[in-house]
Design a protein. Structure first.
Length: 134
């Protein structure tokens, strides 16, 4: 078996923003779900366990998807965008840096406004990505 070598994480030309957008949308839905949960009465042990289980699992998945979003953004930043893109969109590095940082905020909070900030940043980056391919 021969070992293949590539200069990036994915084959040339196979870049997309759908994964990052999907991940942030997932985070948003999970935060909405968490905010809608009602804590059961403290004396209902079974309901309390089910509630804690739901919260724990939902937070875990939210954090996983925030990391997926960050990973997808960093792949674009390090492998797709080139000097000519930075020349055309001089704030691109800052946008991606802010979005990556915002992924961390989404991971450590349950705040719909923070997820919406991330979504806006990811949508802006997706727009730049799309324009760069035109």
């Amino acid at each position: 078996m021969k070992k293949a070598h590539a200069h990036c994480d994915v084959p040339c030309g196979v870049y997309e923003t759908d994964s990052a957008l999907w991940a942030v949308e997932t985070c948003q839905k999970l935060v909405e779900k968490l905010l809608a949960l009602e804590a059961p009465a403290a004396n209902n042990k079974q309901a309390s366990l089910e509630y804690q289980n739901t919260v724990t699992r939902t937070v875990l998945v939210k954090e996983e998807y925030a990391q997926i979003c960050k990973n997808q953004l960093l792949i674009l930043w390090t492998d797709y965008f080139k000097a000519e893109h930075i020349a055309k969109w001089p704030d691109l590095h800052e946008k991606i840096w802010k979005a990556a940082k915002q992924c961390s905020v989404v991971k450590r909070t349950v705040n719909l406004d923070e997820v919406k900030k991330l979504r806006t940043l990811v949508e802006e980056i997706a727009g730049i990505f799309k324009a760069s391919k035109a």
